[in-house]
Design a protein. Sequence first.
Length: 185
Amino acid sequence: MTNGAITTTQRGDRRIPVVVAIVVVQAIAAVFFIADAAVDITAGEWGLHILAEVLIALALLAGVALGAWQTRRMFETAHRNEQALQIARGAVAEIMASRFIEWRLTDAETEVALFALKGCETPEIADLRQVAEGTVRAQLTAIYAKAGVSSRHALSSLFLEDLIEVSTDKGIFGKGAPPEGGDAN
């Protein structure tokens, strides 16, 4: 099992510092152009050069305002996503606990089932539980029998069925079409 997968939330969280850095650079540039224009104006200089500096400073200030707004939105989105993820984790945990009780799994079988659902291979589960691979295989066989399935994929699908609501009139994604970039087949 690998933990190298990066979630959308994590990618979004990594974008926030980039946006903040851009906003800071824009703010520094805006201060520079405003200060330079102010010095030139107090020195009695006026012309197209000063007008260009003022316009650039205003554009940078607009960028700072938009960047700050976007950063705030990104923080709010990241927070909402984290809350949704916590709710989903709780729902998955409840579904798993309910199913494991319904199937009357032993404590050892429950542990093995969790590792299997997380994507651990048999040798890895054996190593984590400090038991023989044959023991894990026997426990997996017992789990599959109690769940009425014949493989890890089928075991996983039992939980996915509880989490994914498919409406035939709206399509699989509830909007009549796959997500952008998705395949309709």
